[in-house]
Design a protein around this ligand. Structure first.
Ligand code: ADP
Ligand code: F6P
Length: 472
C-alpha cells in the first residue's frame, strides 16, 4: 500500500466512475463547496484523498491518480448510504446544524451506520498515512474519524474542519449521541470552523456535556491540548478572475444577455437544491415584487439555477416539488410568450459557463436561511473583473462576516428581502462599484491558499507541508 505524508479524508471522492472507467480522468467539479474548496489546493500535490465509493456490492475499485493526487476509495454499500449519508448525516445532523429550518429525524440504526462508516474511513486512512503524516478530515459526515483514527494511529497529526455551521448548545443538545460526537471531534489536534461563533458554541458544549475545561481557542483533553478556531474557507480567487476575464467568457455573457431577451437587468441565483438556501423565500419575494408592479418581466430577468441534491432524502424531494410548482405558478401568472418570469435551470454547468452567468448578473441573490460559508457568493465577486454587479447576501451565510460591503438581508424577513432586492436593483452604479471593489480586495488576499496556510500552519507546526501546498 502506497502511503502519503498528507491525507485528506472526505465523504466524497472528487471524481466519478464514468471518467475513471474510460481512462480520461479529470477532477470532477461536482456542485458542492467541499470539492470546490479543496480542488485548487491539492492539484499537483503528493497527497492521498480518501473518499467514499458507493457502487454495487463488490470491493471499491482501484482508481488512477488524478492530477498527482492519489485516490483511495472506501467501499460503501447501499445500507451504508441510507444510514450514514442520507440518514444520520443529511436527515439528522444537517437540519440540526442549520438552525433546524427543517425537522431533524432520529433513528437508532442511522447512528449505527454513521459509526460503521466512520470506522471504515478511519481504518482506510490509517493504512495510507505515512508515519507522522498530517491527516485532514473534512466535514460533518466524519466527525468520529479523528477519535477513531487517534486510537489506531497516535503518531498522526490530525486536523478536522467543519464546512457547515456548528449549532448553538440548545440545538446540539437534542442529539442523543452528543457526547460521542464531541469526543470524536476532540480526537483532532486542531478543530477548524467557518466562524468564531461556531468555535464558541463548540467550547461551551464540550464543557457542558463532557465537563472539560475549554476556551474558544483551547480545550484540555486528557494529556493533550486541542486547538479550536475560525478559518473561513475561500476560493481560488485568481483562477475565477482569470476565467471570467477571458474574451470567450465575456462573449458568452453577452450572448446570454441577448438570449434572455436583452433585459435591463439580470438577477441570478445559483444553489444546490437545499432547504437551507432560502429558494422558496426568494421566489415568494420575487413573486410579490412582480404582483406589486415593482419589477416587470420585460425589464428584468431572473435566472434561478438549482441543481438537484440528495435526491433520495424525503425533505429534498418535497422541496424540489414545491420549488418547481412555485416556478410554474409564477411563470404561468407573470410570464409572456417567449418571456418567462423565471429562467429555471437544474443542470450542472462547467466553470466557464458559471463564470459567464456571474458576469451577466447585475444582481446576484445569495440568500440562504443558514450557510456555513457559501462559496457561490465569493465566486461572484471574483468573477466581477469589471467591478460591476451587486451582491445581495444573507446575514446568515458565513460569507457575510467577510463580505460586509454586500447588500445584506435577513431572508426570514419577507418585506426586508423584497426591499433588499429592490435596493440592489436600483443601486447607484458608483455605490455598486465601490462595494464590489472593496470585496474584491478582500478576496484577493483571503483566497483558498491563505485559508490553507492559516489552517495548516496552526496544525502542522513543523511547517514542511505548508511550503509545498501553498506554493504555486
Ligand atoms: P454548498 O457547499 O452548500 O453546496 P457552496 O455555495 O459553498 O454551497 O458551494 C457550491 C459550489 O458548487 C460552488 O463552487 C458552485 O460553483 C458549485 N455549483 C453550484 N451550482 C452548480 C451548478 N449548477 N453547476 C456546477 N457547479 C455548481
Ligand atoms: O457544504 C456542505 C456540503 O456537505 C459539502 O461537504 C458538499 O460539498 C456539499 O455540501 C454538497 O453536498 P453533497 O456532497 O451531499 O452533494
Amino acid at each position: 500500500m502506497r502511503q502519503s505524508s498528507l491525507v485528506v479524508v472526505a465523504n466524497r471522492l472528487p471524481i466519478d466512475d464514468s471518467q475513471a472507467l474510460d481512462g480520461a480522468c479529470e477532477w470532477r467539479r461536482s456542485p458542492g463547496g467541499l470539492v470546490s474548496a479543496l480542488h485548487p489546493l491539492l492539484r499537483h500535490t503528493p497527497a492521498t484523498w480518501v473518499g467514499g465509493w458507493v457502487r454495487g456490492t463488490g470491493p471499491a475499485p482501484a482508481l488512477p491518480d488524478v492530477d498527482g493526487v492519489r485516490m483511495h476509495s472506501v467501499a460503501l454499500t447501499g445500507d451504508d448510504l441510507r444510514d450514514h449519508y442520507e440518514g444520520f448525516a443529511n436527515a439528522t445532523l444537517w437540519p440540526i446544524y442549520h438552525d433546524a429550518v427543517e425537522q431533524p429525524e432520529h433513528h437508532r440504526r442511522w447512528w449505527d451506520g454513521y459509526l460503521r462508516v466512520n470506522q471504515r474511513f478511519a481504518e482506510a486512512t490509517a493504512e495510507v498515512a505515512e508515519r507522522g503524516a498530517v491527516v485532514w478530515v473534512q466535514d460533518y459526515h466524519l466527525q468520529l474519524v479523528p477519535g477513531l483514527l487517534r486510537d489506531l494511529r497516535p503518531d498522526l497529526r490530525i486536523g478536522f474542519f467543519l464546512h457547515v455551521p456548528f449549532p448553538p448548545p440548545e440545538l446540539f443538545m437534542q442529539l442523543p449521541r452528543r457526547a460521542e460526537l464531541l469526543r470524536g471531534i476532540l480526537g483532532a489536534d486542531l478543530v477548524g470552523f467557518q466562524r468564531a461563533q461556531a468555535a464558541h458554541n463548540f467550547a461551551q458544549l464540550v464543557t457542558k456535556v463532557l465537563g472539560l475545561p475549554a476556551t474558544d481557542r483551547r480545550i484540555a483533553v486528557d494529556d493533550r491540548v486541542v486547538r479550536i478556531g475560525a478559518f473561513p474557507v475561500s476560493i481560488d480567487t485568481a483562477e475565477m478572475s482569470a476565467l471570467a476575464g477571458r474574451p470567450e467568457v465575456a462573449d458568452r455573457a453577452r450572448r446570454l444577455r441577448h438570449d434572455l431577451g436583452s433585459p435591463d437587468q439580470v438577477i441570478l441565483s445559483v444553489d444546490r437544491m437545499d432547504y437551507t438556501k432560502g429558494i422558496e423565500q426568494r421566489l415568494k419575494a420575487y413573486s410579490e415584487l412582480l404582483a406589486g408592479g415593482h419589477v416587470k418581466v420585460r425589464d428584468t430577468a431572473l435566472v434561478q439555477v438549482a441543481v438537484p441534491s440528495r435526491e433520495r432524502v424525503g425533505q429534498y424531494q418535497i422541496l424540489r416539488e414545491r420549488v418547481e410548482r412555485e416556478v410554474g405558478r409564477i411563470n404561468g401568472e407573470f410570464g409572456r410568450v417567449g418571456e418567462p418570469a423565471i429562467h429555471y435551470l437544474t443542470q450542472p454547468f462547467d466553470r466557464a459557463e458559471l463564470a459567464a452567468l456571474y458576469r451577466v448578473a447585475d444582481v446576484m441573490a445569495v440568500t440562504p436561511l443558514r450557510d456555513g460559508m457559501n462559496l457561490v457568493a465569493k465566486e461572484y465577486v471574483a468573477a466581477r473583473v469589471d467591478n460591476a454587479g451587486a451582491l445581495l447576501l444573507s446575514e446568515f451565510a458565513g460569507a457575510a462576516a467577510e463580505l460586509s460591503q454586500a447588500y445584506l438581508v435577513n431572508p426570514h424577513d419577507l418585506e426586508g428581502l423584497k426591499q433588499g432586492l429592490l435596493a440592489a436593483l436600483r443601486a447607484d452604479p458608483a455605490d455598486v462599484r465601490t462595494r464590489m471593489q472593496a470585496m474584491r480586495v478582500h478576496l484577493r488576499e483571503h483566497d483558498i491558499r491563505a485559508w490553507a496556510r492559516s489552517y495548516l500552519s496552526t496544525l502542522d507546526q513543523s511547517g514542511s507541508l505548508l511550503t509545498h501546498l501553498t506554493s504555486g
